[in-house]
Design a protein around this ligand. Structure first.
Ligand SMILES: CC(=O)N[C@@H](Cc1ccc2ccccc2c1)C(=O)O
Ligand SMILES: [Mg+2]
Length: 425
């Protein structure tokens, strides 16, 4: 079985309102979508990287480049008979235009070790279902020769996973081990021009039924807006903040004073690599510290928890190299009694569908940023995700059709494309 074709589609989707964080202000979501054709059928994956390398070091053009130059060729060769004809050299042909011949890298030991270690770690929990998707489960080890680029890798793995599960007639929810059909939804609220405008926006979301409010903060926009929202919502509403690494150790006293607002958590106040300062804040305040940017895989998740740098984890499959690693992080956190929730990256329905399926796992104990499509887009690239009503107020339904369960509207992908798709075969 093999991967026969990879298409990279770059589209621009306007946002219904500007989204401002401590690292920038977006009015359009530029997104890279991956379509793969395997001998079992086709699948779509969404790369969560933003247009610019501001949330993380990855960005749309960089992800497209690393896929065209390294990751795509590896997948196309690794899974074709022609590739295996070199016998022991289960390596990767690096197509380097500057060099006439490709370079073979013998990676059997490295991949085998990596795969064994991961399989052992995954043996216990939801990740066990990985065994039933051999093609998707082999993607990470095939791509391991490239350092980093987790969002690019995740998009490819997600597309292969979608194709494989559609061929098996299984939904992602079923394959992941979902335990519920509806997931509680929270909403991420950007930095606003004034506190009044913030309160208006938050009121609207509460009206729509969102079960949790998350406010973006940064130095100079924190205590006052958070206090005003807490005042408006009352003390029982679920409220949290996300700083996207904007603070330093000098701000520990200020951040500790957020205890007054009885928040669910403080998300990623300090730099991605700075676990030590997160530990110091955790020791200085009651409000739980939650990490986002810092958590790249099972290893970094368990290390951050062991150090006391985080007591709640924001799981984002794109940041972790894919949904299969996200399952492992879920399992590891569950074994350590650490609640997790599903983060968001302004995904279209492609990524949103897979995130909702992931959020249905037992360890996802807090509402995630899996908001309705209308939070970001007037029109979605797939069927829109809409909040339920009545007993399902503030919830999204987990798709139960095969794969992601949604259908990508080719007409919109074409209409919103910023360039002709790149095709690798
Ligand atoms: C919903 C939410 O707050 N997401 C990210 C921040 C974020 C914000 C804006 C983005 C724009 C393009 C790509 C990624 C982005 C990520 C977070 O949890 O930290
Ligand atoms: Mg965050």
């Amino acid at each position: 079985t093999g991967i026969e074709r990879i298409e990279l589609h770059r589209v621009e989707v306007p946002l219904v309102r500007p989204f401002e964080t401590s690292f920038g202000r977006e009015t359009v979501r530029e997104v890279l979508l991956v379509r793969v054709v395997t001998d079992a059928g086709e699948g779509w994956g969404e790369c969560v990287a933003g247009r610019d390398p501001f949330y993380s070091g990855e960005y749309v053009a960089g992800a497209a480049s690393v896929i065209e130059r390294y990751l795509g060729p590896a997948l196309l060769r690794r899974h074709t008979a022609a590739f295996e004809e070199h016998g022991h050299m289960t390596g990767v042909l690096i197509d380097d235009p500057s060099r006439s011949a490709g370079v073979w890298v013998d990676d059997r030991e490295q991949h085998a070790a990596g795969a064994d270690r991961r399989a052992a770690a995954a043996a216990g929990g939801a990740a066990a279902s990985i065994a039933s998707v051999p093609l998707a489960a082999s993607v990470a080890s095939t791509l391991a020769f490239v350092a980093g680029h987790r969002m690019a890798k995740a998009a490819l793995e997600a597309a292969v996973l979608d194709a494989e599960l559609r061929a098996q007639g299984r939904s992602m929810g079923e394959a992941f081990g979902a335990v519920r059909e509806w997931v509680d939804c929270g909403v991420s609220v950007g930095i606003a021009p004034t506190v009044d405008e913030l309160l208006d926006e938050v009121s609207g979301y509460v009206e729509q039924g969102y079960r949790r409010i998350k406010l973006k903060i940064k130095p100079g926009w924190d205590l006052i807006p958070v206090g005003a929202v807490r005042e408006m919502l009352g003390r029982d509403a679920m409220l949290q903040v996300d700083a996207n690494t904007a603070y330093t150790a000098d701000d520990i006293p200020l951040l500790a004073s957020l205890d007054a607002f009885e928040l669910l958590l403080i998300e990623q106040p300090f730099a991605e690599e700075d676990l030590a300062t997160h530990v110091r804040l955790a020791e200085a305040c009651e409000t739980p510290v939650c990490l986002d940017e810092s958590i790249l895989d099972v290893t970094t998740a368990v290390d951050a928890i062991d150090r006391g740098a985080t007591s709640i984890v924001n799981i984002k499959p794109g940041r972790m190299g894919g949904y299969l690693e996200a399952l492992r992080v879920h399992d590891a956190c569950r074994a350590l009694d650490v609640p997790v929730w599903c983060g968001g990256m302004l995904e279209t329905g492609v990524g949103r569908a897979a995130n909702v399926a992931l959020a249905a796992l037992p360890g996802f104990l807090l509402p995630g940023d899996t908001s309705a499509s209308s939070r970001y887009f007037a029109e979605d690239l797939t069927e829109p995700f809409e909040l339920g009503s009545g007993e399902h107020r503030g919830q999204l339904r987990v798709p139960d059709a095969p794969g992601t369960g949604v259908t990508v509207r080719d007409d919109l992908v074409r209409a919103w494309a910023t360039a002709a798709p790149a095709v690798l075969t």
